[in-house]
Design a protein around this ligand. Structure first.
Ligand code: SIN
Ligand code: CO
Length: 384
C-alpha cells in the first residue's frame, strides 16, 4: 500500500499535532485489507486479542469487552453497533502493511492499528484521544465530525465505561469514502457514525509517553539496580539551632541524590529504547518451537533465505558512533558494531531482509539474526 500523492514534509510542517485534516483518497489503488468476517473472527479468539463492542440501545450506550461467542455476530442485534479490535496489525500482515506510508513519523511513535466495523448509525460516540490518529476509511462510508481541542476540564457524559463528551460542536463535517483519511491530533473532539452497513475504519494510532509514565518507569528501573547502602549521609552534620528544621543543606543533598541518578542521559537512552520496544501484549509469544542456533542460521544465510519482521515486533536503534548502534527489539538491547551495525540499521528500515553474501559470512551478523529469530522477532519467509 502506498500513497500516489501526499506531501509528508508539508504535512509534518503544517498539520502534524496542530490541526485535523481530511485527506481524500491519496492511495495509488485502495483495497480494503481485511474482510468483516475476519475481523469478527479475531474478536472471538480466546487469547491475545483485545476487542470491544459498543451498542447504541434505546436505553443507553452499552460497552462489552471481548472475546465474544461466534453466535454474537451470526445473529447481531438491530440496534446500531460497532466492534473495535485493537492491534490487528499484529495478527494480519496485510493490515500491518497499512502502516508503511505513515512511516514519515518514526517507528517508535507508532502504536498499533485498531480496526472497527459498524452497522448503520454505529460508532463510539463523540470523544477525544490522547494520541494522534489517522482514521483510514476501509469499507463503506462514515460521517466524521471534528470539534475543538479538549482538555482535562472538558465536560464528559456520566458513563461507567466510556469517556464521551457532554457537548460537541463540530468545526468540520465530512462523509468519508473508502481510501479517504482523517487525521486527528491529540485532544481534538471527533465523532464517527457509520452511514449504511459494512463500515470499516482503520485507526493508525501513535503513542506519546506521558511524563508521569516516563518518570515512574525510568526511576523504577534505576531503583531496581540501586544498592541498599547508597543513601543519604552527613558525616559533616553541624549543630542546628532548631532540631525541627530540615535545613536547605540537607534538602540540597537529598535532591541531588535523586537528580544525579535520573540525569544520566546515556543510561536513559538505552533504557528508553528497550522500554519503548517492549511488546504491547506481554503474553504473546512468537518464538519458534526450538532455537535455530548459529550453525543453522549460517546455513540458511548461505542458501540465500529471506527473513521478515514479525508484525507484532517493535524495532528501533540509537546511534552510538559512526560504526556502532544499539538495537532494541521487543524489550531486548543488542550492541552492534561493524557488519552487525549495518545489518541492525537495515532491519530497522523495514521490508524483507535478504542478507548479501558479504554479510552472511559474518559471525556477529549470524548470531544477531539467530538471537532475533529465537526470540520470535524475525522469521524466515515461507518458500512460495
Ligand atoms: C472508530 O473507528 O469508530 C473509532 C476510532 C476513533 O475514534 O479513534
Ligand atoms: Co478516537
Amino acid at each position: 500500500m502506498q500513497f500516489a500523492d501526499f506531501d509528508s514534509a508539508a504535512f509534518l510542517q503544517n498539520t502534524w499535532q496542530k490541526r485535523p485534516l481530511l485527506i481524500r483518497n491519496p492511495w495509488t489503488a485502495w483495497a480494503n485489507p481485511l474482510e468483516p468476517d475476519e475481523l469478527a473472527g479475531l474478536a472471538c479468539e480466546e487469547a491475545g486479542v483485545e476487542s470491544r463492542l459498543i451498542t447504541r440501545r434505546p436505553d443507553g450506550i452499552v460497552l462489552e469487552n471481548g472475546p465474544f461467542p461466534e453466535a454474537r455476530f451470526a445473529q447481531p442485534e438491530a440496534a446500531p453497533w460497532t466492534l473495535l479490535v485493537q492491534a490487528v496489525d499484529h495478527h494480519v500482515p496485510e493490515v500491518a502493511a497499512l502502516i508503511a506510508p505513515f512511516r514519515f513519523v518514526p517507528d517508535w511513535r507508532i502504536d498499533d492499528v485498531m480496526v472497527s466495523y459498524a452497522t448503520d448509525g454505529g460508532g463510539v460516540g463523540a470523544h477525544f484521544d490522547q494520541y494522534d490518529v489517522f482514521l483510514v476509511q476501509g469499507l463503506g462510508r462514515r460521517r466524521w465530525r471534528v470539534g475543538p481541542r479538549c482538555d482535562e476540564a472538558t465536560e464528559l457524559l456520566p458513563h461507567e465505561d466510556l469517556r464521551l463528551l457532554a457537548e460537541f460542536e463540530a468545526t468540520g463535517d465530512w462523509v468519508l469514502e473508502p481510501g479517504d483519511i482523517l487525521y486527528v491530533p491529540p485532544g481534538f473532539a471527533h465523532d464517527g457514525v457509520a452511514v449504511g452497513d459494512d463500515c470499516m475504519t482503520y485507526s493508525i494510532g501513535f503513542r506519546a509517553p506521558s511524563r508521569a509514565d516516563l518518570v515512574e518507569s525510568w526511576s523504577a528501573h534505576l531503583a531496581d539496580a540501586m544498592r541498599e547502602d547508597d543513601r543519604y549521609s552527613d558525616a559533616d552534620l553541624a549543630l542546628q539551632a532548631n532540631p525541627g528544621e530540615i535545613t536547605p543543606e540537607a534538602l540540597a543533598r537529598l535532591h541531588a541524590l535523586v537528580v544525579e541518578a535520573v540525569a544520566d542521559g546515556a543510561a536513559f537512552s538505552r533504557w528508553f529504547g528497550a522500554y519503548n520496544s517492549l511488546p504491547k501484549y506481554a503474553d504473546a509469544d512468537w518464538r519458534p518451537e526450538a532455537p535455530i542456533g548459529l550453525r543453522a542460521m549460517q546455513t540458511c544465510l548461505a542458501d540465500g533465505c529471506e527473513l521478515s519482521r514479525n508484525s507484532a515486533s517493535r524495532f528501533a536503534f540509537i546511534r552510538q558512533s559512526e560504526q556502532a548502534v544499539c538495537l532494541f527489539v521487543d524489550g531486548q538491547s543488542f550492541d552492534c558494531t561493524g557488519d552487525a551495525a549495518t545489518l541492525a540499521e537495515r532491519i530497522c528500515a523495514g521490508g524483507t531482509l535478504l542478507v548479501e553474501p558479504r554479510l552472511a559470512v559474518s559471525v556477529p551478523v549470524a548470531s544477531l539474526l539467530a538471537a532475533l529469530v529465537d526470540q520470535g522477532s524475525l522469521a524466515f519467509e515461507e518458500a512460495e
